[in-house]
Ligand binder design. Structure first.
Ligand SMILES: CC(C)(COP(=O)(O)OP(=O)(O)OC[C@H]1O[C@@H](n2cnc3c(N)ncnc32)[C@H](O)[C@@H]1OP(=O)(O)O)[C@@H](O)C(=O)NCCC(=O)NCCS
Length: 176
């Protein structure tokens, strides 16, 4: 797990996190997920890996964000990432995404893939910063708005140095 400066820490998502995750979901997506979806992901989906970025204060813990992926055969597919609006543009999304990619590297996949709304420039900026490339478009992928999805990937066969590059980035920019 990537080390993060206090009072933040990354840890696996638990069932107890679901209400706070749903609140961030509600503030982040046109069609938020349901409690049942997260419950299934955490208890029934052995392919799923979810992390939260927690903020610990003397008064208690709050969630700053979360991210998740599925490992499907040789592919890591990013299923979600979101940061609470009050915490955005301070590097929190980058911590979550970098940690997810480090976890992915440990699983030694051939490919990391994700879909992103064509209008979502913030997320695309994050993904491009981590060398994801646009490889396709899924027409009207999002039924809530009818928007297209861009399919973005990092192909480890084309970029065999990718995990070493990530590790070097952590050493240079994320030492706590
Ligand atoms: C996408 C998201 C997770 C980014 O989280 P964040 O904590 O604000 O991002 P960070 O501060 O860590 O920024 C990391 C990089 O993302 C990109 N980025 C983040 N916000 C951006 C914005 N508003 N515009 C353009 N690029 C942006 C930049 O490349 C940034 O790197 P930089 O600081 O060197 O410019 C956040 O905007 C979010 O939760 N959005 C709603 C949910 C969502 O759209 N999830 C993605 C689903 S595909």
């Amino acid at each position: 797990m990537l080390a993060t400066p206090a009072p933040y820490s990354l840890r696996p998502m638990t069932v107890d996190d679901i209400p706070a995750v749903l609140e961030i979901d509600r503030l982040s997506f046109p069609s938020p997920a349901t409690a049942q979806l997260y419950l299934n992901e955490l208890t029934d989906n052995r392919l799923a890996h979810y992390q939260v970025l927690a903020r610990r204060e003397p008064s208690g813990e709050t969630l700053a964000g979360y991210a998740g992926f599925w490992l499907i055969a040789d592919e890591v597919h990013v299923s979600t990432i979101a940061v609470h609006p009050d915490e955005r543009r301070r590097g929190r999304g980058e911590w979550l995404f970098l940690n997810l990619l480090l976890e992915a590297c440990r699983l030694d996949p051939l490919l990391v893939t994700l879909e992103v709304r064509t209008s979502n420039m913030a997320a695309q900026g994050l993904y491009r910063k981590y060398r994801f490339q646009e490889v396709g478009r899924r027409r009207r992928y999002y039924h809530d708005t009818g928007e297209d999805a861009l399919l973005m990937t990092v192909d480890f066969a084309e970029h065999p140095d990718y995990c070493a590059w990530l590790a070097a980035r952590v050493a240079a920019d994320f030492a706590v």
